[in-house]
Ligand binder design. Structure first.
Ligand SMILES: [Zn+2]
Length: 473
């Protein structure tokens, strides 16, 4: 799933050419003091970056929230490094003000070389409601606050341009973050809790990432915690019953997915962190930040997001040349509806969803230049990965009907077992599909992954059933 911040940025970025970032974060070591009396955070951050481009450079550009200000920058030996900071905004989004920092490094850093800086910064957070994303509404205040990527609560390498800001999607870094809060509060994060110590009325939580991260979220509230079988729920105390019921759903889903896709190889912890209504839901590699509705056991669709995110645990990293098409979003979307159909006895849900999604795809495609001419394999390159959810869902539904439930699950299981360590490419998956004993699969792969015939079928209003017949002839 993609957060709303990136969706907005991606829509704008559709018109911007893609370029590889010069710098990418490798590791964040942070010590954050949250001071509610002054409504400020005080941060010491050791940031390690790598030069990911072929050009050497001695200038490190960083982006930070508009009301967070750097007070010092040094190298790891404590030598002060000159820096400049200015509040600016990208041309494409003039209301998105950021503190743009340029740090002069003491030497040229060449391709593949790492460099670490120590940064001290502090200041306020007042969300980004003045931009188009109203869900970024956090302040440093009780009863709830959240420190996250969307507010640039921690520095990102990059320039204040949409093109540069888009690069966060490609990040893959480690973090080790200590956050100190008043002792009656809990810091929730999707990583591993390394330590929790209390002194003088303050509790410090230290979290470390479990898998390489592309974002860090730290929610702070009077959370209750429920743990079972590798799942960890951070929930607001008035929802004890709902949290127990949610835990049952998680365990049942896990059991079903193990039956479908085989055992998970590196499962440690998966966290679900409740946030108040209106703060948006997001997914990281080992956690979901979820607004209240998922805890409501009455909404029939409340579990869909859970099924979607849990199914991603079985998806090897897509290692196509950057940027990948992200067909795994189509697989997760198909799995989410199939799971609801099976677990909640919602007959016909997958068929009706494919129908709705086909119609939506046609409507959106009509208004998008080159949409009909673009095959799924190019959705990353053309910044069209939002279509990987819809078109991808129909792709996997067609495949499911074509080869049947058991063969489909067996395929996903074998793909996971073969590639969970190394990551897998579209070619790796389509090779496995074509090896299955069904004569129509070569055409199916050509037309749905690499070709645009599939777009024509949808434009002509063909249902999944009609399309399956084409490959069965
Ligand atoms: Zn997803």
């Amino acid at each position: 799933m993609l957060n709303k911040f990136l969706c907005v940025i991606m829509v704008i970025a559709a018109t911007v050419n893609s370029a590889k970032a010069q710098w990418e974060p490798v590791k964040y070591d942070m010590n954050i003091q949250v001071d509610y009396a002054s409504a400020k955070i005080y941060v010491d951050c050791e940031l390690t970056v790598v030069n990911a481009s072929t050009d050497s450079s001695n200038n490190l550009p960083l982006l930070l929230y508009r009301l967070l200000s750097m007070s010092s920058v040094t190298d790891l030996q404590g030598n002060a490094l000159p820096f400049e900071q200015n509040v600016v905004a990208p041309d494409e989004l003039p209301r998105l003000q950021l503190n743009s920092v340029n740090i002069k490094l003491p030497k040229e850093v060449s391709e593949g070389e790492k460099f670490s800086v120590n940064i001290s910064y502090d200041g306020f957070i007042f969300g980004y409601t003045e931009v188009t994303w109203g869900y970024v509404r956090e302040h440093i205040e009780e009863p709830f606050t959240i420190l996250r990527q969307d507010t640039y609560a921690y520095p990102h390498p990059g320039y204040p341009t949409i093109e540069s800001m888009m690069n966060v999607m490609r990040y893959s870094y480690d973090y080790n973050v200590k956050i100190s809060v008043p002792e009656h509060l809990v810091v929730a994060n999707g990583g591993e809790l390394i330590s929790k110590t209390t002194q003088n009325g303050k509790t410090s939580y230290t979290y470390r990432n479990i898998k390489p991260a592309w974002r860090m979220d730290f929610a702070i509230a009077s959370y209750e915690i429920l743990e079972d079988n590798g799942f960890r729920l951070f929930y607001f105390s008035d929802l004890k019953e709902e949290a127990r019921s949610l835990m049952t759903v998680l365990n049942n889903t896990m059991e079903l997915f193990i039956q479908w896709f085989g055992p998970l190889q590196d499962f440690q912890i998966f966290s679900i962190i409740q946030v108040p209504e209106g703060y948006g839901s997001q997914a990281d590699v080992t956690s979901i930040i979820q607004a209240g509705e998922v805890f409501s056991r009455e909404d029939l669709n409340a579990n869909l997001n859970l099924y979607h995110e849990l199914s991603h645990l079985w998806h090897p990293m897509e290692i196509d040349p950057i940027p990948p098409s992200r067909w795994n979003e189509g697989l997760a979307t198909f799995t989410e509806y199939l799971t609801a159909e099976k677990m909640e006895e919602r007959n016909g849900l997958v068929d009706s969803t494919s129908g709705t999604i086909s119609k939506r795809f046609i409507d959106r495609c009509q208004n998008m230049p080159n949409c009909w001419e673009t095959p799924l394999i190019d959705y990353g390159k053309t910044r069209m990965t939002e279509y990987s959810y819809s078109k991808g869902m129909i792709l996997f539904h067609v495949l499911y009907e074509l080869i049947g439930h058991d063969e489909f699950m067996n395929l996903i299981k074998r793909y996971y077992q073969a590639y969970y360590k190394t990551g897998g490419s579209t070619h790796d998956l389509t090779t496995m599909i074509k090896e299955l004993p069904h004569k129509g699969l070569a055409s199916f792969v050509d037309e749905w992954f690499y070709g645009t015939e599939s777009n024509e079928y949808l434009l002509k209003g063909k249902s999944v059933e009609d399309i399956v017949k084409i490959y069965n002839e």
